[in-house]
Design a protein around this ligand. Sequence first.
Ligand code: ADP
Length: 648
Amino acid sequence: MQQTDFQNLQNMVLQAPIGICLLDATTMVAELLNDKFLEVAGKPRETIIGKFYWEPFAEVRELYEDALKNVALTGEPYYANEVEMTLIRNGREEQVVVTFVYNPIKDEKGIVVKIAVWVVENTIQAKARNEMGALNKKLTSSNLDMQTVNTDLSRLNSELLLSNKNIHLLNLRLQESETDFKRLVEQAPVAILVFRGPDMVIDLVNQAMLEILGKDASLIGKPLLEGLPEIKGAPAVDQLFHVFQTGEASDGNEAPVPIKTNGVVETRYFNFSYRPLLDKGKIIGVMDVAVEVTAQVLARKTLEANEQRLQSILDTMAEGVVIVNAAGQPTYANPMAQQIMGISEEQFKERDYNDTKWHNERLDGTPLLREDHPMYVVMRTGQPVFDQEIAIVQSDQEKIYISINAAPLRDGGIISFTDVTSRRKQLQQKEDFISVASHELRTPVTSLKAALQLLDRMQGNIRPEVLAKLLGQANRSLNKLSDLITSLLNTNRISQGRFPVHKTTFAIGNLLRGCCQHILSAGSHEIIQQGDLELQVTADEQQIDQVLVNLLNNAVKYAPQSRRIILQVEQQTHAVKISVTDQGPGIPADKVSHIFERYYQADRSGGELSGLGLGLYISAEIIEKHGGKIGVESKPGQGSSFWFTLPL
Ligand code: ADP
């Protein structure tokens, strides 16, 4: 140390970005302080220097006066890591986060003579980390097992807090005695090394640095690469030599340095500042002020890896996830959420959960009031909501149903949801079907029952024509019942793909004639057959007959007023197209696309002839199994033309 130019060293120390204030340990009067300290304190120099420390810091006196006193009494340093406090800075109250140390400085007898206050501000970092915390929370309410991830994160968080104890750099305006300065450096909570000469001979090393390096004072007097051979080749070392050669100060951030501890070389990370030491304008050495940030770097790396993991989970999960702020405004929407809602993340961010752009409905179709929306319930009660289904109607889209889980976050909430539209539709169809089917079955059963009761009552003296009529009624009802049951059974077999196709080759005209018979004999409709009736097709004759009967019966059923039904056979390149055209009311455009679905009925009002919504579904399945196509062209008021093709 003797050889080092003190004034110079002090000036170097001045430049580093850490706040320092040196207090007399008995009077607590501030004797020295640097610009960085003033910046963090947000007060003019003259209000602090030469004053009792708590005079300018009255707003935090109550919180820390005892701690400071205790440092003077016990000689133990006091660390405060990322504490939140209200400081009056530049005349205004400000909420800040700071890390500071009350560091005792002892004389050779071990008596605390000074206390150095070292301080750095972490307001921004703390904010950034809170956002990390929010990400961590993103997943807690999803259905995944996030327990482990959470524990990891909170452990990492506390490691981060601890590593902040290592304060960055040192910058001090020293007007005091050389001894005070020497002590301050030696007892500083940051590591300091002073090198001299082109070989970087270690001239001064303080306790904090020796602890980092795991070495003792025998390092003093040795050239750097001799004392610490393992660090040779590290970029931070090259940078050090460069400072000596050029005289340019330089800093390092999270620089990896290999260090040997207990015989093992490990990569550790440092923030450091190198400042050239000048003597009458000539470079004589370099001062290194360093803080080890290994734990912090490793923690951050793990955090980043975790964040990436969480992000990829969010990106790929089958659930939509949306995070809203306290105002109910979405701040995040994962890709699945965007897909389910059919809008981009940006569009999400423009709406709140109760926005008029999406009409929220209950399952019964009534509007879902704002206060009943799961997100609102969560925000109001602070309790999670599970598996609540709602419907959403967006102006230009079909109604969708989603099942929502929602949970509160510290400043907002998280919704995860799945699209249950098709499940709900199927359920609805089943319910509808059951009500239609029971209704359908009841009609012939009632009629059959009536006929049988009459027959029972009139036993023995019944006139033959009445007997014939009642038997006819009973028979028709039974036939209808058996038809209904057959189509039910067919549907079951067909929907499971369990029906064999027995193909034979036959003339299409014969088939058409056969399936028209029952309609012609009823006399209500006229059937006109057109086209290439002699064409031979290879198909399951019985099944194609069933399709034709379905289409013809529908034409009769749904177009009772129009007498004329046209049956057209048309040869195409590789297929034959058969169409059944009526001149009935036609089918509304929005229903056409559903007409071949199971249980679908365009008009639910029922009626004498209505069926189960199965005829077209069964027909479509049969045609598909034959490798053909089926469809309909229809204009409301102008009739419908149902057609199918069979490959030739
Ligand atoms: P169902 O006749 O048992 O209701 P289908 O599957 O045969 O079932 O028909 C489905 C629906 O398609 C019918 O309910 C009816 O609303 C409509 N539809 C079928 N054929 C016609 C047609 N020719 N004209 C108008 N609507 C029809």
